[in-house]
Design a protein around this ligand. Structure first.
Ligand SMILES: [Zn+2]
Length: 225
């Protein structure tokens, strides 16, 4: 899943309006933030198999440290505890815990059966939504729009940045998601090449896609109810 994870972060603002959008978005993205780092460290592995699913050509045969259910619970608890220690804001800490864990649930719905329960073997689960292109598009886009709606109903802009940088961000997410679908499949590559090909673009994308919402969120305030 891609923009569906952002939807969870946006929606969390409704539940924890005093938390910055940055940790609220970083939480549901957390497993995918760890993934390229663990790939480049050689702790996890991926193969590029063109047409592996109808939506995505990654064969995610080994990623238990970033994406097993057990490790998601661990990451959720660590992230949430660090947040609570620094911000002392209970709704934010709860939203972050649920947010990190939501990543596993949403990936489980979209992935082919490759989602581990714990590192070191065991069953691997997945409902394979990625094999249904139209359904994947519909689910993710509807989720994002719902999340953005909740965010917009919990906050209002203080100035033009709070308004237009927010709109532009949502538009860019949609364009990235849709254009990704129509871009050519990457050429077959070995696992080690795949790690290097994935690392830098992923890190750059993550930094941009987290700093940008941090910026416009500072130009929006909680809507009085
Ligand atoms: Zn993921």
């Amino acid at each position: 899943m891609f923009i569906g994870h952002f939807a969870v972060g946006f929606a969390a603002k409704k539940f924890a309006p005093r938390a910055s959008l940055l940790p609220l978005l970083a939480a549901p993205l957390f497993c995918d933030i760890l993934w390229p780092i663990f790939l480049i460290l050689g702790w996890e592995h991926v193969r590029i198999v063109p047409g592996f699913t109808r939506f995505n050509s990654y064969d995610l045969y080994d990623f238990p440290w970033s994406h097993s259910l057990l490790m998601c619970v661990v990451w959720a608890t660590v992230f949430s505890a660090i947040y609570y220690a620094s911000a002392r804001y209970r709704p934010g800490a709860i939203a972050i815990w649920i947010g990190v864990l939501s990543h596993w649930v949403l990936d489980w719905i979209t992935h082919v059966p490759d989602m581990p329960l714990y590192p070191g073997g065991g069953p691997r689960l997945g409902l394979s939504l990625w094999n249904h292109v139209a359904a994947t598009m519909a689910v993710e886009i509807l989720m994002l729009l719902a999340g953005v709606y909740l965010y917009a109903s919990a906050t209002r802009s203080r100035d033009r940045i709070g308004k237009y940088a927010f709109y532009a961000y949502v538009l860019v997410l949609l364009v990235l998601f849709i254009s990704d679908r129509f871009s050519g499949q990457p050429a077959p590559a070995s696992a080690s090449v795949a790690a290097h090909d994935i690392f830098l673009p992923s890190v750059i994308a993550e930094v941009v896609l987290l700093v940008w919402p941090w910026w416009f969120d500072r130009h929006r305030i909680e809507r009085a109810t």
